[in-house]
Ligand binder design. Structure first.
Ligand SMILES: C[S@@+](CC[C@H](N)C(=O)[O-])C[C@H]1O[C@@H](n2cnc3c(N)ncnc32)[C@H](O)[C@@H]1O
Length: 271
């Protein structure tokens, strides 16, 4: 990883550490996406699991509830998220939990050492997505399973367009965040094949949501706080107020309307 990518990754991790205690409340809808990913996986035996960008441990919990794994390694660079995960440890009955503060590109996890790797709602933060899939694939034993849940194309275009139309403009890197997020089915297929995996299933789920404006903005604060780290607090409040006013003006009786898509991918390492 080059120095600028490392710097960006550290900023993202610092943002997640700052907001870790609010994370689960702010993204509660996402839990359902994780359940759908885990429910969509093939039957099998996966005693040892690696959860990359594990955050507070939701995905690992859901995976273990289905497969009864006996060991989970959680990797995440945000110490605050790992602290919340550690607090959930009692929910991991009889499971050995190892939490490692590290970047996906730098995981101190031996090659071919786990039976399954999961990575949910984290890939859009990885500067090198293809490299990240290679790193995850390398940790799988032959026959092991990779399961990914990522943002799909066209995520929250309505919010992006609203930000781009605000005058005076909000910081350009706020709407530009969405440039790095989308991952198409074809692109994901390329990542999997390039990492030596056999694709099992790739699907996109497109959803239409109406969310109260303040709930939407709270989620953005929690998952993207690093985008505001260098902005003076008065200026930040002014930007946020303009965005909120524009959203309220556009919102219907059930809230701000937007489309959201999730990309699911399942692949196997050849036995
Ligand atoms: C939206 S949270 C998802 C957490 C959890 N997987 C879930 O589904 O609830 C994204 C997580 O990715 C982690 N992350 C961001 N950049 C990362 C990187 N370069 N390597 C590994 N994890 C990263 C963040 O620290 C954060 O905990």
């Amino acid at each position: 990883m080059d120095e600028s990518a490392r710097g960006r990754a550290q900023e993202v991790a610092a943002g997640f550490t700052e907001t870790a205690s609010d994370y689960e409340g702010a993204v509660k809808y996402n839990l359902d996406g994780i359940k759908r990913l885990i429910a969509g996986l093939p039957d099998g035996e996966f005693p040892e699991l690696l959860d990359v960008g594990c955050g507070t441990g939701w995905s690992a919990l859901t995976f273990i509830a289905r497969y009864g794994s006996r060991k989970v390694i959680g990797v995440d660079p945000a110490s605050g998220m790992l602290d919340v995960f550690r607090g959930h440890a009692e929910k991991f009955d009889d499971v050995e939990v190892e939490l490692i503060q590290a970047d996906v590109m730098d995981m101190p996890v031996p090659p071919e050492s786990v039976d399954a790797v999961i990575c949910t709602m984290a890939m859009h933060w990885f500067p090198d997505k293809a490299g990240a899939v290679r790193e995850m694939a390398a940790r799988l034993r032959p026959g092991g399973l990779l399961a990914v849940l990522a943002g799909g194309e066209g995520v929250e275009n309505e919010y992006r367009e609203l930000m781009e139309g605000i005058k005076p403009p909000v910081p350009a890197h706020w709407p530009a965040l969405y440039d790095t997020a989308p991952t198409s089915e074809r692109q994901m297929l390329g990542f999997l094949e390039e990492a030596g995996l056999d694709p099992v299933d790739i699907w996109i789920e497109r959803r239409f949501r109406q969310t109260p404006v303040d709930d939407f903005l709270e989620r953005m604060r929690v998952v993207a706080s690093h985008l505001s780290q260098d902005i003076d607090s008065e200026e930040l409040e002014a930007h946020q107020a303009r965005i909120r006013d524009a959203m309220l003006a556009k919102a219907g009786p059930r809230g701000f309307e937007y489309h959201f898509s999730k990309l699911y991918a399942v692949a196997r390492k050849p036995a």
